[in-house]
Design a protein around this ligand. Structure first.
Ligand code: SAM
Length: 291
């Protein structure tokens, strides 16, 4: 029987056969822990009639696991030296397509149309290149095509910010950008030993599930975005001070903000990190009315 690609023996064989050296600049750390891979696939809940999109297949360790459960796997890999290797390691599977592309330059909405995937449940599952975690994640979240579930391995510190609750140090603009559209939780922590080569940081698998559109009720997203950016511009300053920096430091504005805070049940000396997303939504509506 074949060894999984993720088996350390097989991974080392593949690397030796192709004289492959992991490129740090592309965030290449190959997973060699099958339990972790199985947990990632379980967390995605992928079904036989669903589509998986993978970002950065590497030598195919996660790709083959996805192909074993999904109808079809589309994988985007920027490193052209990996393309012939993937052709070899994944030759057993007929439901995988690999594209030699930079995921940040792919128009995924257009991709969905071109591949007739509208109406399909599409889940994105990836062991991300950590240097571009945030732009990749935000693109997926903001995409017009509502990717249902994102299971993304990332640096542990970033996962903690993405999944933070109000009142915690990690809670900030990234938390809110994600949690206005997705529920977010950490499925598991992954130590450096699970990779070849070992990264310098711990990792975590974050699971993001799309919040239904009708529950995602921000009426002026641009204004909301500006409010959030301003609220966390100086993390150690009070929310009041951050808002005065944004709106203009006048006595009139101070009084107006005070009364809006009262309506939203926000303490006068609160900091942004203590304010829930629901409160920020209300704050946006009331502030826009007042100022
Ligand atoms: N999926 C493999 C695994 O779990 O073993 C490899 C994961 S490795 C952390 C990240 C992968 O993303 C590498 O294969 C790297 O070449 C690829 N990558 C880096 N930047 C990329 C980009 N902009 N677009 C697509 N893939 C990228």
């Amino acid at each position: 029987s074949r060894l999984s690609i993720a088996d350390p023996i097989r991974t080392n064989d593949i690397m030796r056969k192709y004289k492959l050296r992991a490129k740090k600049s592309l965030g290449q750390n190959f997973l060699t822990n099958e339990k972790v891979l199985d947990d990632i696939v379980d967390a995605s809940g992928l079904q036989a009639d669903e589509i998986a999109i993978e970002i950065g297949p590497g030598i195919g360790a996660l790709t083959e696991k996805l192909a074993q459960v999904a109808e079809k796997v589309y994988a985007f890999e920027i490193d052209d030296t990996l393309i012939p290797i993937l052709k070899d390691t994944l030759s057993y599977y007929d439901n995988i397509e690999v594209f030699n592309e930079d995921i940040l330059k792919v128009d995924l909405d257009q991709f969905v149309i071109d591949h007739h995937l509208e109406g399909k449940t599409i889940k994105v599952v990836a062991n991300l290149p950590y240097y571009i975690t945030t732009p990749i994640m935000l693109n997926l979240i903001k995409s017009d095509y509502p990717f249902q579930t994102l299971v993304l391995m990332m640096q542990k510190e970033v996962a903690e910010r993405v999944t933070a609750k109000p009142g915690h140090r990690e809670y900030g603009s990234l938390t809110i950008a994600v949690q206005t559209r997705m529920t977010a939780r950490i499925d598991r922590i992954v130590g450096a030993k699970s990779f070849i080569p070992r990264p310098k940081v711990d990792s975590a698998v974050a699971v993001l599930d799309r919040i239904p559109a009708d529950k995602n009720d921000i009426d002026d997203p641009q204004y909301f975005h500006k409010l959030i950016r301003s609220s966390f511009a100086h993390k150690r300053k009070s929310l009041m001070n951050n808002l005065l920096n944004w709106l203009g430091r006048t006595d009139d504005n101070r009084e107006k903000i005070k009364s809006v805070f009262e309506k939203c049940d926000i303490a006068e000396n609160a900091r942004g990190e203590q304010v829930s997303i629901e409160q920020f939504k209300k704050l946006a509506v009331e502030l826009k009315k007042e100022i």
